[in-house]
Design a protein around this ligand. Sequence first.
Ligand code: TYD
Length: 231
Amino acid sequence: MTQGRLITFEGVDGCGKTTQLRLVSERCDALGIPFLATRQPGGTPLGLKIREILLPPTPVDAHSALSYESLPVPTPVAEALLFAADRAQHVETVIRPALAAGKLVLCDRYTDSTIAYQGYGRGRDIKVIEQLVAIATDGLKPDATLLFDLPVAESQNRLQQSRQGSTGTPDRLDVEPLEFHQAVRDGFLKLAAAEPKRFHLLDARSEIKQLHQEVWNLLDRILGGKPSFSV
Ligand code: TYD
């Protein structure tokens, strides 16, 4: 059976990884490379329901039409378990079958997000979160992880701008305090330092097209042995 490759896209909110994933998808499409673009949470019908619970649109001020009282706010453990449930469903029903079919799987967020957000961000025991991640994935690790690193001040600016441009209401995690986002970014950098072979660090402040070319060159190197992937 041919085995595909799992490439994950990670970073703080507003780092631009979703745009980069889309650009890679478009290029794969144009070249006829068999691939699957997907995301967590929300890459399955069940995951979409879990996503609604985890990331409801959230009021940013007292005058908002949305009310805080109506929000389902999970405890830190419940939050980690909900992300894990989304992932377990996604890995078994979507990612593993795509890999078995030899596809290149591009996943917007994966296990490192849980360790960075629910572990470092929430200040929980990293070992416990790692166990949870291992259960949810049944041990499926990414072949490579692209970390789009962005200073938190820049990430907050971008989120603020997209709010003003009314391209979106912030979700529950977007409106966490600065310290939370800083802990998440630091967490990602720690993970990258601990696994330098799997992680590839990219400067998310780069211009979109230039960053895309860097990503593409990187993927070409990572997947070099695969005849279906060439520039
Ligand atoms: P999303 O709308 O996908 O935004 P982004 O473009 O920033 O990825 O929101 C996903 C949110 O969920 C984001 O704030 C990170 C968070 N998250 C976790 O906290 N833990 C996880 O395991 C995952 C997958 C996401």
